[in-house]
Design a protein around this ligand. Structure first.
Ligand SMILES: Cc1ncc(COP(=O)(O)O)c(C=O)c1O
Length: 383
């Protein structure tokens, strides 16, 4: 009975051309991957600073695992809170110019746990979202049960209109990504912060894709806009430039104290392993010193964007290492992706509901491990 019901649902997904498949990767994914024994240039990962294959980190991992063991074995509030978790949170808070930090097992869980906890306890509250916010931000907002308002993507005039309409709400949480994961475009952080302050709204930013890449020492876009200290809630993930696993939120001591008490996605789950916490501290040290890698990434991103524009491809408004090639239809995107695969390039198609219905795309994601030669290969294949 269950299987029959599920098979019908899967068939519907398939008929819409939206069926998802797991691909088996034969190696640890870096700027190269292997699928069925074939080596491919990987333009799909979030390993922006190429730390996933970093030899110094790999060597450190061996000593760290001996020192800290494999697992936290319980939630932070029971016996999973080790000194290394505390040290990591102190490091991350400092990095993000905030009083305190709380680490979660993933970026997804951070967004779910922070937004739902904050808003569930507020009467007269609403959440104001950028239309293209990541699924995890939406899921946190929906879980909170608060009223949700939406403004047009990265459009500060539209945000101001919504802030005016929601004037009577006592508690307003405005949520955006600083660098958008599927478009590579950027929220004007200075205008965003000014508007939040003007309308007495709480500013929340997810810097999943900009941490490590933008700002002084890779502190993120809020830092490069000079507004890091004015952001109320700064969220990040350890799974992208950090090349590890986990998520974090930084803010006031009171915010973190509240989340420790009320954020169910933090309370009712096992802490990240002390091994990962210690590894993240090492990864953070490298991130801070990665100016050369950041400059290279910026340079190859610029080269690729210019070459794609020369080919008259639609790359949206990318201002970063994330560069979409928007074909519109699912069929076109799949065709393009499989042609690239034939040329040893891995750049999978991104389909709805991850992106809007008519905006299927190849999401090219560059890392500092890519070379100008890799870019040329991609461009020649696209030609
Ligand atoms: C903007 C944004 N926030 C959060 C997440 C979730 O992070 P994680 O993969 O660490 O769960 C992602 C991941 O794709 C993301 O793009």
């Amino acid at each position: 009975m269950l299987n029959k019901f599920l098979s019908e649902k899967i068939l519907d997904i398939e008929n819409d051309g939206l069926k998802r498949f797991l691909k088996d990767i034969d190696c640890s994914p870096t700027s190269k991957i292997k699928i069925r024994g074939k080596e491919l240039i990987n333009f799909s990962s979030n390993n922006y600073l190429d730390l996933a294959g970093n030899k110094i980190l790999e060597k450190k991992a061996l000593c760290i695992i001996e020192k800290y063991g494999l697992s936290a074995t319980s939630s932070r509030l029971v016996s999973g809170n080790t000194l290394i978790h505390k040290k990591l949170e102190e490091n991350l808070a400092l990095f993000k110019s905030k009083q305190a930090c709380l680490v979660y097992p993933s970026g997804y869980q951070t967004n779910l746990g922070v937004i739902s906890a904050l808003m569930s306890y507020q009467k007269d509250a609403c959440i104001i979202m950028d239309k293209l916010n990541h699924a995890s931000l939406w899921d946190g907002a929906k879980l909170s049960g608060a009223r949700i308002f939406v403004y047009q993507h990265c459009d500060m005039n539209s945000l101001e209109k919504v802030l005016k309409r929601t004037r009577n709400y006592k508690f307003k949480l405005v949520v955006t990504e600083s660098l958008f994961s599927m478009d590579g475009d950027i929220t004007p952080m200075d205008e965003f912060v000014n508007l939040c302050q003007q309308y007495k709204a709480i500013s929340t930013i997810d810097e999943a894709h900009s941490t490590g890449i933008f700002g002084d020492q890779g502190k993120g876009l809020a830092n490069s806009f000079g507004v890091a200290d004015k952001i109320d809630i700064a969220i990040g993930t350890l799974s992208k430039a950090f090349a590890l696993q986990g998520g974090f939120v930084c803010g006031s001591k009171t915010l973190i104290d509240f989340l420790i008490n009320k954020s169910r996605a933090f309370i009712y789950t096992t802490a990240i392993s002390p091994f990962l916490a210690a590894m993240t501290i090492e990864s953070l040290k490298i991130i801070k010193e990665s100016d050369k890698a950041r400059a290279h990434l910026y340079n190859i991103s610029k080269i690729l964007k210019n070459k794609l524009k020369d080919l008259e491809l639609d790359i949206g408004k990318s201002e970063s290492q994330i560069i979409p090639i928007i074909t519109g239809t699912i069929e076109e995107t799949e065709k393009l992706s499989s042609q690239l695969l034939k040329n040893n390039i891995y750049a999978p198609s991104i389909k709805p509901p991850t992106v809007p219905k008519d905006k299927a795309r190849i999401r090219v994601s560059l890392t500092s491990g890519h070379s100008v030669k890799d870019i040329d290969l991609l461009i020649n294949s696209l030609k």
